[in-house]
Design a protein around this ligand. Structure first.
Ligand code: NAD
Length: 237
C-alpha cells in the first residue's frame, strides 16, 4: 500500500475502539505501518497503558517489528461524568494515570527514536475539555488540560530535533465512550447535535483524518498547536 504516510512506522494506543481504531485504519490506508495496542479489541498488543513499563514495552515492540519509530498517537483514554463528591482519590488517580501519565511515559520512551526519524511526529488527544470546563468533568478536564500543556512543552523541547507535537481536541464524537451518556440522556445527545454548527455528532473518522494530516508531510511546519475538531460546537454561544 502506498500513500502519504508510506512506510512511516508508529504506535496507536486505544486502537481497540472508537477514535483509536479509526485512526489505525486510516493510517494503514495511507501506507503507514502501525503497532496497535489496547486492553481489549483486535490489536497487536493487549496491554494496560498504565503499567509502569508500558511505554518501554510499546517502543521496543515497534522497533523489533519495524526497525524504526516515526510517530506516536496515544488515544487510550477514560471518561465518565462524575460529580465532585464522587471523585475519590482512586477515581482521580485512575483518570490521570490513563489520560496523562501513560501518555507521558509513552512519549518519553519513544522520544529518542522520534528524534532519530527524519519526520518524528506526536499527536496527542485532548478534548474540548482541554479548553473549557463543565460539571462532572473535574478529573477529566484536569487530565485533558494537562495533555494540551504537555503537547506544547514537547513541541518546544523536541522541535530542535525535527519532531512536531500537536493536540487534537475532539468535540462530542459517537464512540463507545459517549454511548452510555447518550443512551442515559437522549437530550444530551440532541444538545450536542444542535450545538455543532455542522448539526451532527462527530464520527471517529472525522478525528482520524485530521490525525493523518498532522502525521503527514503536509503538516511539516505545524507544531505546538491545538486542533479543535468539534463541528463548530464551541464557536457558538
Ligand atoms: P473509546 O472508549 O471508544 O476508546 C478508548 C479506548 O481506550 C478503549 O478501547 C479502551 O479499552 C482503551 N483504554 C482505556 N484505558 C486503557 C488502559 N488503561 N490501557 C489500555 N487501553 C485503555 O473512546 P474514544 O471516544 O475513542 O476515545 C479516544 C480518546 O479520545 C480518549 O482519549 C478520549 O478522552 C478522547 N476524546 C473522546 C471524545 C468523544 O466524544 N468520544 C471527545 C473528546 C476526546
Amino acid at each position: 500500500m502506498t500513500g502519504r504516510l508510506n512506510e512511516r512506522c508508529g504506535i496507536v494506543t486505544g486502537a481497540g475502539s472508537g477514535i483509536g481504531a479509526a485512526t489505525a485504519r486510516r493510517l494503514r490506508q495511507d501506507g503507514a505501518r502501525v503497532l496497535t495496542a489496547d486492553m481489549r479489541g483486535e490489536v497487536d498488543l493487549l496491554l494496560d497503558v498504565t503499567a509502569r513499563d508500558a511505554g518501554k514495552t510499546l517502543t521496543e515492540a515497534t522497533m523489533a517489528r519495524f526497525g524504526r519509530l516515526d510517530f506516536v498517537v496515544p488515544c487510550a483514554g477514560v471518561s465518565a461524568f462524575c460529580p465532585l463528591a464522587g471523585h475519590s482519590d482512586d477515581y482521580f488517580e485512575q483518570v490521570m494515570a490513563v489520560n496523562v501519565t501513560a501518555v507521558f511515559r509513552l512519549i518519553r520512551d519513544a522520544a529518542p527514536h522520534l528524534c532519530a526519524s527524519p519526520a518524528g511526529r506526536i499527536v496527542t488527544i485532548g478534548s474540548v475539555a482541554s479548553a473549557f470546563g463543565d460539571a462532572g468533568l473535574v478529573a477529566y478536564g484536569t487530565s485533558k488540560h494537562a495533555v494540551l500543556g504537555m503537547t506544547r512543552a514537547l513541541a518546544g523541547e523536541l522541535g530542535p530535533h525535527g519532531v512536531t507535537a500537536n493536540c487534537v481536541m475532539p468535540g462530542a464524537i459517537d464512540t463507545p465512550m459517549t454511548a452510555p451518556a447518550f443512551a442515559a440522556m437522549p437530550e444530551y445527545r440532541t444538545h450536542w447535535e444542535r450545538k455543532a454548527a455542522l448539526g451532527r455528532l462527530g464520527r471517529p473518522e472525522d478525528i482520524a483524518d485530521v490525525i493523518a494530516f498532522l502525521l503527514s508531510d503536509d503538516a511539516r511546519f505545524v507544531t505546538g498547536q491545538e486542533w479543535m475538531v468539534d463541528g463548530g460546537a464551541m464557536t457558538r454561544m
